[in-house]
Every structure is written in structure tokens, then in C-alpha cells.
Design a protein around this ligand. Sequence first.
Ligand code: ADP
Length: 482
Amino acid sequence: LPKYDLKWIRKREWITVYEGTLWMNWRQIHFRVQQEAGNTQGYPMFVVDLPGLYDRPGIYNDPDGRPYGDEVQRYIAFQQAVLEWLLSFPWHDRPRVLHCHDHHTALIPWMVKYCPAYQQLAPIPTVFTIHNGQYQGMFGWSNGDYLPPYEASAKWLLDWNGIINPMATAIKTAWAVTTVSESYLYELHQNSLGLESLLRQEWRKEAGIVNGIDAQVWDPATDPMIVQRLENEDIAGFKLRNKAALCEWFGFPLEWPLISFIGRIVSEKGADLLPDTYRRFIQNGGRASFLVLGTGEAWTQNEFRRMAYDYGGRFNAVIDYNEALSHQIYAGSDFLIMPSRVEPCGLNQMYAMRYGTIPIVRSVGGLKDTVPDIGESDGSGRGIRFNQFSIEDAYYALYRAVSMWHNEPGVVDWLRKKIMAVDFSWEHTIEKYIAVYRRIGANIAPETFVEQTEEPAPLPAEPTLPKPAKAPRKASKPKAKK
Ligand code: ADP
């Protein structure tokens, strides 16, 4: 991670493991790589300290919401610093895979292939994961001088539609490309703000892998943030007591289903569909209560505030970021609605299911992959889905949920039990990434990845990396096998 000026980073102890210098357009930038003392997260964690570039109070924007004007320099410097540090590793200790995430690290697969300074790292297989295809990190050629020197023949790999597009560059140059769900990959082929043809062209190296969740943090039996933990497999008692707490706090009737929304209030998440859908539902006499937790766009936030005033006892909203409350809402709600316009993976639906809350989702991206509709003939159902981003479709999904709750309590109980038993953990997901690493020839020994143990898994006795390749002269597809 870049060493942001965040409380979470400041309160930890960091030990400098490397100090270096990089050049950016004839400017010298000093940096330090630091490791978290004690590996309190359960794995070694490193930050790159780039004074003047990342020691600021916001991550992407300043506290007023304005983007920083020097994004291009910041991301290029971070990527170069990481590569400079990796160059200092002895051969046998170099990473077996460079797995880069989103546009902020998207130039690394290209840099190691085409920048003479980093070509020693070219034999390391690279994977690029798209978490959000809407942000591609584009910048004009006028900023091209910030890049480290590169082979002239590699210039076209930076260009997409006349400007430098790091995400496009990674799709062209990484050895494998993944998205955070299969449906999202398919959707990007249809619509990805100009990258469609490129993604289709590179389909052979692409895969969609749904994210996992931290099953230890999100465990209804041990979660310290909820009023009632799951005991003796008593799902009904667990749900009822947690719901009772929410109903008391927010003034809802206990005998009606509670439908919640948690998330960023932005168009991507479709939160703007909710005010009118809820209004219609409440005005038509629908027997349900609604709760919202989130922050974001002013217009939708104000709509929620007004509704809390107009429909006291039926609707309430907490315009805040509150992790503890989110845990209580996952535990105490009957349904969780996610009307997303775009959803690369989505975590909320998985947390909800783990806590026995039935998801109501739009059929998009990761929601489609993780929440089959209860009407599916193969019996795979886990929740309620709707297709169109419209008040009518969302309304009908609410109607189905609420009538199931009132008329078929047995189905609700059965569904809760079923979704709480689904394994969404990373342990389950990780094998798919290992398969991708192996497919591109990464030297991943089987014993490197074992079930989580107290101690980190041992590295293979004699790790062997391919010899440094001669600098490739022109764009060449990576070989699948070495
Ligand atoms: P995205 O990363 O696109 O925002 P995800 O569904 O992948 O969406 O993850 C969102 C995460 O943020 C979830 O863990 C959710 O519980 C959490 N979250 C979002 N908004 C809030 C909030 N206002 N308070 C607490 N947690 C929130």
C-alpha cells in the first residue's frame, strides 16, 4: 500500500526495510518501504512511504472531495518504487507472481516488460485484476514524460483511443486478466467505456473469480458487534433478538419484515431507485419497514432524510459510515436490498447471507453469480432477483419478498438455514487464483497453499525462478508454459 496519512496506518509501527530513489521526468524522488512490526494482520504488510505524494489526509480525494491534481505522478511513482524495491531482492527471493489490482497498479505488467530499468523482473508472471472497470486511470500524452524510459516499440501498448489508458495497457500486457465475478467479465465485454473490443480480443487470458469474505470477521457465532450471537444453531432466536434491537432503536414493528440497504449512496449502487420504490410500496399499504445505512450523493441522502420524516415508524435512515451498526443490520434484518446498476462483485449480499438475511438483488455482475432466484427450477435459489433497473421491477421484488415473509414463514426459515451454510470464504476462492497462477507458469509449489494454520505456510525448499530473460524486443504474448 502507499503510506497514506490515515489513522489506521499512523497507529501502527513500521520498520524500514528498504530505502531507494527513483527518477521521474528528471526529478529525483526518495522513498522508503516499511514493514508492519509484528505482522499483526497475520501476514507481512508493507507500505511505500513517498513523502509529498501520499502523506495526505484522503485516499483518492482531499477531504473536500476534490481529486488531487497529481494523480498521474502519484501512481507512477508508487509503481516504480515497488519495482525498485523488488529489484533489490536476491533472485531466489523474488515474487513468483506480480498480481496487480485496478488502474493504480496497471502499468506494472508493461513496465517490467518494456522499461529497461525493470526488465530483470520480466520473467515474473503478471496478473491484472479488474475490480472496477469504470476507473481506467487515463491521462493525456502530455503527461507521458512522467513514465520511466521505455522501448520505443512499446509506445502503442500505452495508447488506447489517443490517450494513455493504464487499464487497457494492463489488459494488453498482463499474462492473465481477472475480474471479480464471471458475470462482470461478460458485462465488461458488452460495456466497459471503450475497452469492449480489447477485452473481447484478449478473452483467452481472462477469467472471472468471485471475491471471498473474511469468514472469521463475519461469523454470526463470534461477532462482537452484534446484540445476539448465534448459539446452539438457534437461527430463529438469533434473528429475532437482533431484529428486536433494530426495531427498538428505529421504532419499527417487530411483526413486519425489515428490509435494509447498506452501502455507498451512489448511482453505481442504485440507491436512487429506492426512495420512489419505497414511497410507492408504503403508500400502497405494503406491510414492511425499511432501513438505510450509507453516505454519498446529496440528493438521495436528502430524499432519505425526508422519507424518515414523512414515514416515521416505517422508514429510517442513518446517513453515516458505521461498521458496528452495519453488522447489527446484517444480523437483524429480514432482507437486504441491492438494486445496483453495476456490481463487479458485491460483498454485502454475502455478509447478509452469512447472517441469515435474504438478499433482494438486481441481476447484475457478482449479484447474479452469488444469488440465484428462489424461483429457479433446479432449487439453487438463495434470494430474490429482479432484472430491470426500474421502480416496477424493484417493487415487484419487494412484493415477492414481503408476501413470502407474511405467507410462507416455513420457506423463510428453510432459506435462512440454507444461505447461512453457504461457504463464501476466501479459502474456497483461493484455489481459483492458484489455478490462474499455475496456468501462466508461475512457480507455485503445492505446499505453499495449505489450509490456514497458525504459522505461515513454508516456502518450497529450493525455489527456482526462470533465468532473467533477455529484454524482449517487441510485444510478444507470454508463453503459457515455461
Ligand atoms: P463497494 O466496494 O463497491 O462499495 P462492496 O459491496 O464490495 O461495495 O463493499 C462495500 C462494503 O462497505 C461492505 O462491507 C459494506 O458493509 C461496507 N459499507 C458500505 N457503506 C457502509 C456504511 N455506511 N457503514 C458501514 N459499512 C458500510
